[in-house]
Design a protein around this ligand. Structure first.
Ligand code: ATP
Ligand code: MG
Length: 293
């Protein structure tokens, strides 16, 4: 057996045995990269799960620009806590329930969505009190401890009155069921949550800032490179890293994409490494196609 190349994770190294097409497909498919800030977010979320139920549960808001990896963190957190069947109670237990706030949410839509996500859909024609009581009953039965709401800034799309009602509802659910809230959204979401002072006071905040030239960013790039199945190690200089930041405005989604595409280019061209030169000359696929048009 050939030893694992030290520049790759074991999973990426295994892919080296695959034909180029498979390797390219693997690069294009989504995988989780545990960069330090994401790990920190997950550790805080884990503390919420472990927190004993009290009358005032700690909650967290994660803010960041579009593409900074909020939904990825939410999905990872959810996958770490899948529903488990409790044989004694005869029901499925879901410690972490996650949903995406709909555009222009109303109280009715929110409860209907909550019930559907919890696997107990109701007709949205039910009256509001019925929906609310059903939601509380279901969430209590399945043992929800952390309610995660992505795209929380969508609250702002509704009229002021609805915004207040939704925030009130969130606070009420947290109190009534002794559950923690985790809200994720773009910076505007802060303003939305701030609309309810009592709620805002009990929510800790975490920001996913855009990447800048520092050690954290170097770590991110190193982690991404270790996951790209190229035969040779890619040794990028500080200058190339700055170029990546410049091309991507420090947005995670774009950084992942640029490095993925560079890796694919390196496989197609047979270079098997990402070089400073390749970074320097990299252009988005759309732009390259336009040049041939
Ligand atoms: N930890 C990660 N591991 C691997 N890829 C990631 C990670 N975080 C972000 N990405 C990449 O960035 C993309 C955007 O991430 P995500 O959808 O989580 O951003 P977002 O902050 O939710 O954006 P939006 O506000 O637009 O919903 C992902 O599709 C993925 O390609
Ligand atoms: Mg998202």
């Amino acid at each position: 057996m050939t030893p694992t190349p030290s520049h790759l994770t074991p999973a990426a190294a295994t892919l080296l045995g695959e034909p180029a097409l498979q390797r390219i497909e693997a690069i294009r498919s989504e995988r989780w990269i545990a960069y330090p800030r994401a790990k920190q977010a997950l550790a805080i979320l884990q503390q919420l799960v472990a927190h004993p139920r009290t009358t005032r549960m700690p909650s967290l808001a994660i803010y960041g620009d579009s593409g900074m990896g909020k939904t990825m963190i939410m999905q990872r957190f959810r996958s770490e806590h899948p529903p488990v069947f409790d044989a004694t109670a005869g029901v499925e237990q879901t410690l972490v329930l996650a949903l995406q706030m709909t555009g222009r949410p109303s109280e009715r839509r929110f409860f209907a969505q909550l019930l559907a996500t919890a696997g107990a859909p109701r007709s949205s024609r039910c009256d509001i009190v019925e929906l609310e009581q059903a939601a509380i009953r279901v969430l209590r039965t399945i043992g929800v401890k952390v309610l995660v709401i992505d795209e929380i800034h969508n609250i702002l799309a509704g009229p002021h009155r609805d915004q207040r009602i939704i925030l009130n509802t969130l606070r009420f659910l947290s109190n009534e069921l002794s559950l923690s809230l985790v809200c994720l959204g773009v910076g505007d979401a802060r303003e939305a949550i701030g609309g309810d002072i009592q709620l805002a006071r009990r929510i800790d905040e975490m920001q996913l800032h855009r990447w800048v030239a520092n050690e954290e960013f170097e770590t991110l790039v190193a982690l991404i490179l270790r996951n790209l199945p190229l035969r040779k190690p890619s040794l990028l200089t500080a200058r190339a890293l700055r170029r990546v930041l410049q091309m991507t405005d420090g947005v995670s989604a774009r950084i992942f994409r640029v490095l993925n595409e560079l890796a694919i280019d390196a496989i197609v061209a047979g270079d098997e490494e990402i070089t400073d030169e390749a970074v320097e000359h990299w252009r988005p696929v759309v732009e390259r196609q336009a040049a041939f048009a």
